[in-house]
Design a binder for this molecule. Structure first.
Ligand code: AMP
Length: 324
């Protein structure tokens, strides 16, 4: 497998869902690229102070996980101007029709009068993120697959028009991972944009995490068994406990089958607190030393620019910008 690229948008505080479904699976390996996608964080209205706090929080978590070690990099997208510039070049070879077909835009903004132009064009920014780093496969959820397909089309078109400048990437949709659901409403996914007691934040204190688990909704009956249809609340807790403790759902269910819901919830809360303790402490320690965060992000910026700037230059040369 080649190098891997993952961006996370600072559109809210980091949730336990982000940790289980994405962050905890990312690995520090030579050439891997991790970034805080702050330019993607402004496609909907934003507050500058809040945006800044989300960027710092996500950066502190990526660094606490050591994703800037072993030759892999962590940086903030806007610190590398090549991203914005590449997005413009790609917008100018993209077609209105293909962008209008993007289902994310259709579902999030199409019919709202005050929707930003950026929400419409952000697939070009995302295509630039991928193409600047010459990655050949991009791990994405089902909802982002269409954008990687658009990236392929833009890369093929550019290669056809201007010569072979881009590696054409493949979307890679990982097998179905745990999809963490709200503790209050297990019909919905746990989301950064819904902040209530159903959403556990990675960096909130241990007692707040315990309290949220203790007030999680459960189901009728008394047995702890895995049955997502009939017992969505208990099944969600089983999935969370299994993912965090690297055990199977069956193993956890067998262990707590007759323990009663209260004791089971207490046990899952402890698993959540303990398995995230190290990253939480490390991220909070980093946040108390912003200069260290800035220093490590700047190392990441330099590593990213060493790849992105020559690529942008090559593309601009092929497109007719650089003078002899
Ligand atoms: P988002 O917070 O939607 O920008 O997602 C950032 C990353 O976290 C993506 O890879 C998502 O698939 C993952 N993620 C977000 N929420 C959940 C969840 N509730 N369960 C599993 N993965 C999630």
């Amino acid at each position: 497998m080649g190098k891997s690229l993952s961006f996370i948008t600072p559109s809210g505080r980091v949730t336990l869902g982000n940790y289980i479904g994405a962050l905890s699976q990312w690995t520090a390996e030579p050439g891997n690229v991790y970034a805080v996608a702050d330019l993607h964080g402004i496609t909907t209205p934003w507050n500058p102070e809040t945006l800044r706090s989300y960027i710092i929080e996500i950066a502190s978590v990526l660094l606490a996980l050591g994703l800037d070690q072993q030759g892999s990099m962590v940086y903030v997208q806007s610190h590398v101007p090549a991203h914005a510039e590449m997005a413009w070049l790609l917008e100018c070879i993209g077609h209105m029709g293909e962008f209008q077909r993007m289902t994310q835009f259709k579902s999030k903004g199409k019919d709202r009068g005050d929707v930003s132009v950026g929400l419409f064009t952000y697939p070009a920014l995302m295509a630039g993120d991928i193409l600047l780093h010459d990655v050949d496969s991009v791990p994405v959820g089902e909802d982002q697959k269409q954008h990687v397909e658009l990236t392929r089309d833009l890369a093929l078109r550019a290669n056809h028009l201007f010569g072979p400048v881009f590696t054409v990437p493949q979307p890679r949709v990982p097998g179905i991972g745990a999809r963490v659901r709200s503790l209050k409403n297990p019909a919905e996914k746990m989301s950064k944009s819904v902040i209530d007691d159903g959403t556990v934040l990675l960096l909130e204190d241990a007692d707040a995490i315990r309290r949220k688990f203790m007030t999680a909704v459960t189901d009728s009956g008394r047995e702890v068994t895995y049955d997502p249809e009939a017992k969505p609340g208990i099944s969600n807790l089983l999935e969370i406990a299994a993912a965090l403790s690297h055990q199977s759902i069956e193993q956890i269910a067998a262990q707590y089958q007759n323990a009663g819901y209260g004791a089971f919830k207490r046990a899952v809360a402890e698993i959540a607190v303990e398995t995230t303790r190290r990253v939480r402490q490390e991220a909070l320690t980093l946040q108390s030393d912003p200069a260290e965060i800035v220093r490590r992000l700047d190392t990441g910026r330099r590593m990213a620019e060493a790849v992105a700037n020559p690529k942008l230059r090559q593309v601009k040369q092929a497109m007719g910008f650089l003078l002899p």
